[in-house]
Ligand binder design. Structure first.
Ligand code: ZN
Length: 102
């Protein structure tokens, strides 16, 4: 699995990325926040995870438990359990249903 970072530098709402990739969401977040600290034009940052999903760090006390997208059953936050081959496996925090996607 790899994570990428994107930044917003203007009012256009456009996100700009680069070719750097990171093996964990935490590493990507640290890198992009470091960049934002040095580059004053940057006003927003985000981390892009598998399948182009934006990683939501809010409310995740454990950096290894990253919420990615919503549960298809109840709409609650899903936790990434791990990856097997090309598939990422998730478990819903609310209803506990497990799912995966490639
Ligand atoms: Zn659920």
């Amino acid at each position: 699995m790899s994570y990428k970072t994107e930044v917003q530098t203007d009012a256009s709402g456009k996100w700009y990325g680069n070719s750097a990739t990171y093996s964990t969401p935490k590493a990507a977040k640290d890198a992009v926040e470091g960049l934002a600290g040095r580059w004053t034009l940057v006003h927003s940052t985000r981390v892009i995870g598998p399948a182009g999903r934006v990683v939501d760090f809010a409310g995740d006390p454990d950096p290894d438990e990253i919420t990615i997208a919503e549960c298809s059953v109840c709409g609650g936050p899903r936790l990434l359990l791990g990856s097997l081959g090309k598939l990422d496996h998730f478990r819903c925090r609310c209803c506990g249903s497990e799912s995966s996607n490639g």
